[in-house]
Design a protein. Structure first.
Length: 104
């Protein structure tokens, strides 16, 4: 029992069906793209990694704040100078401040 390949008529119908399906898919994608252009935030998915990163950053900031507070208390207890908490390009948690002297 041998099967003959489909004739040219059947092949043309299959091609037409495939082309119609592709056109419909293209139209659907164009509509989605157009709606995302009108609502740019609607197409952006909320992701868990961003939430985890924010949580990690917040925990790190709290840890640094606690270290700054401890360093400031230690400096005030053991030094006669003035110190402030300030972010430094060199990673210092506190910075010494020179007091302003009144002009005589």
């Amino acid at each position: 029992m041998t099967t003959n390949p489909p004739g040219p008529e059947v092949q043309n119908k299959n091609r037409a069906a495939i082309l119609a399906e592709l056109k419909q898919e293209k139209r659907k994608l164009m509509m989605q793209n157009q709606s995302s252009m009108n609502n740019p935030g609607a197409s952006i998915p909320l992701s868990r990694p961003a939430f985890a990163k924010d949580f990690r950053d917040h925990a790190e900031q709290q840890h640094i704040a606690a270290q700054q507070k401890a360093a400031l208390q230690h400096a005030h207890a053991h030094s006669s100078g003035y110190f402030i908490t300030q972010d430094s390009a060199f990673g210092n948690l506190i910075l010494p401040v020179l007091p302003r002297l009144e002009a005589e």
